[in-house]
Design a protein around this ligand. Structure first.
Ligand code: MG
Length: 264
């Protein structure tokens, strides 16, 4: 069988019919899917704690970092729904994290810290495990593209720092489209730009709402990279809570990017 092609069974008029299915276009999310958002954020934040050491004093880094993630996730969810402006998102996640560690920070300091974060973080080079192997494997066999909700002025730096340039034909940024994932218009726009048909396209991403449900609702197959979910399950198990469950099964669930090489 040709690479990238496979058969799926369809129950049709009391018979199994097998149809050939083949992807020709792969659409990747960037943050947390190819570019290692978590590890890169940690390195950037550690660096900022050193450069702003005088102002920061003795803040517990781990506590601050976990509070930052908590607020960051929250404001990004609002941003996807158009309920917070980019400038406010940038500022508020740090304002709240500093407040949570009882640090009296002036608005000027928070503003500078949040601007510096946007300078330092996108220059970090770490990719998700297996990212380059996967991209090298797919290069030449598939047309590859990025669909990202990330800020337009930083996504290019991330691509460059992580040596991700050169694999992708199109980089679709929500700021150019005017809507964010999971809005169907961004998927529609991406496919138009790529000249791709929906049935030949696969969305690969780590965000359940933006990437997976977004692609599903647009009628596109999805590969869900569930590293975060595994971590969440481990944390829940530790605290006696149940595993994370979704009442929808994506086309594929990946525990690492290398799993995708078995599918493609
Ligand atoms: Mg992501």
């Amino acid at each position: 069988m040709e690479r990238g092609a496979f058969f799926i069974g369809v129950w049709h008029e009391k018979n199994w019919t097998f149809i050939l299915k083949k992807y020709t276009h792969l659409f990747f999310d960037l943050d947390g899917t190819l570019w290692d958002l978590k590890r890169n954020t940690r390195t950037a934040m550690e660096e900022l704690f050193v450069t702003h050491g005088e102002h920061i004093g003795h803040i517990d880094f781990e506590l601050f970092f976990s509070r930052y993630h908590y607020h960051n996730d929250h404001v990004w969810a609002l941003y996807r729904q158009d309920k917070i402006k980019k400038e406010d998102l940038r500022y508020v996640r740090f304002e709240r994290a500093f407040a949570d560690v009882s640090h009296q920070a002036s608005s000027d300091f928070i503003d500078q810290f949040s601007l510096d974060f946007l300078e330092v973080a996108p220059r970090q080079p770490l990719t998700m495990e297996g990212a380059h192997q996967l991209l090298d494997y797919c290069k030449g066999q598939y047309a590859m593209h990025i669909i990202t909700n990330g800020f337009v002025e930083v996504q290019g730096h991330k691509m460059k720092a992580a040596a991700l340039e050169g694999y992708f034909e199109h980089m679709i940024n929500s700021e150019h489209v005017g809507v964010r994932k999971p809005h169907p218009d961004i998927f529609r726009y991406a496919l138009q730009q790529a000249g791709a048909k929906v049935e030949e396209s696969l969305m690969i991403g780590d965000d359940w709402d933006a990437d997976i449900l977004g692609a599903r609702d647009f009628g596109m197959d999805q590969a869900y990279l569930s590293v975060k979910e595994q971590e969440q399950n481990a944390t829940n198990a530790e605290y006696g809570n149940g595993p994370v469950r979704h009442n929808y099964k994506p086309t594929y669930t990946l525990h690492s990017l290398s799993d995708l090489m078995e599918i493609l």
